[in-house]
Design a protein around this ligand. Structure first.
Ligand SMILES: N[C@@H](CCC(=O)N[C@@H](CS)C(=O)NCC(=O)O)C(=O)O
Length: 219
């Protein structure tokens, strides 16, 4: 397998975390090539043949080439989960699917405004009103996940699943954004079930190995 993508990308981190859960190791079980941002490579004709979007992550596995990080997680769980790390019963599987789509279609569109605004946009071009509004909207959205986690340990039941991966990485950014720019984001909602779930991820999964400890700010 060959994974294209820089380690600082949230979407590449999703894939690296999943590979780690499956016990697959860089250099031994898969090769990783730094691509994106200052590493470049992702706009070359060769790369665009693999992924016409010119984005990372992109995964090659034999004849199969995949992009879209959440799809890559689904593929890895289906194709490379030899030790039943992720439950395959229908309720767990589709419980997880639901949150994968929610992360991509609902939560990230809200959180990406403060994330890109505060970490990738030059100060003079930032729209602080939009940044704060979107951060506060994300607070409300995350209370939905918090309610689910009041009754179960993980997003799709009592076992960790691929759906937890994108959620936790986004929530890590949501926490770091508030820590780094509290006056720009406004208050961060106190969501105790999410806090407990993050602690669980730290002790029961590879989360701490992958999670960013500080915001990766590119000016
Ligand atoms: N929906 C895509 C989004 C991929 C994406 O936006 N990737 C970003 C990094 S997180 C990228 O490649 N940006 C261009 C770059 O890094 O040069 C996915 O989930 O994989």
């Amino acid at each position: 397998m060959r994974l294209w993508g820089r380690k600082s990308s949230i979407n590449v981190q999703k894939v690296l975390w999943c590979l780690a859960e499956l016990g697959l190791k860089e250099s031994k079980d898969f090769e990783r090539i730094d691509a994106g941002l200052h590493f470049g490579l992702n706009r070359t004709p060769e790369f665009l043949k693999l992924n016409p979007n010119g984005l990372v992550p992109t995964l090659e596995d034999g004849d199969i080439t995949l992009w879209e990080s959440n799809t890559i997680l689904r593929y890895l769980a289906r194709q490379h989960d030899q030790k039943n790390r992720f439950p395959t019963d229908i309720a767990s599987q589709y419980g997880s699917e639901k949150w994968l789509d929610w992360q991509l279609g609902t939560m990230w569109p809200s959180l990406r405004t403060p994330f890109l605004g505060l970490t990738r946009t030059p100060e003079a071009e930032r729209n602080y009103t939009a940044i704060q509004k979107a951060y506060q909207d994300t607070n409300k959205l995350l209370s939905l996940l918090d309610q689910t986690l009041a009754n179960q340990k993980y997003c799709s039941g009592d076992r960790f699943h691929i759906g937890d991966i994108p959620l936790a990485l986004c929530i890590g950014r949501w926490i770091l954004l508030h820590q780094s720019f509290p006056e720009k984001t406004g208050p961060r909602a106190e969501l105790k079930n999410i806090d407990a779930w993050l602690k669980r991820l730290e002790t029961e999964t590879q989360y701490s190995e992958i999670a960013e400890k500080e915001l990766n700010i590119i000016k």
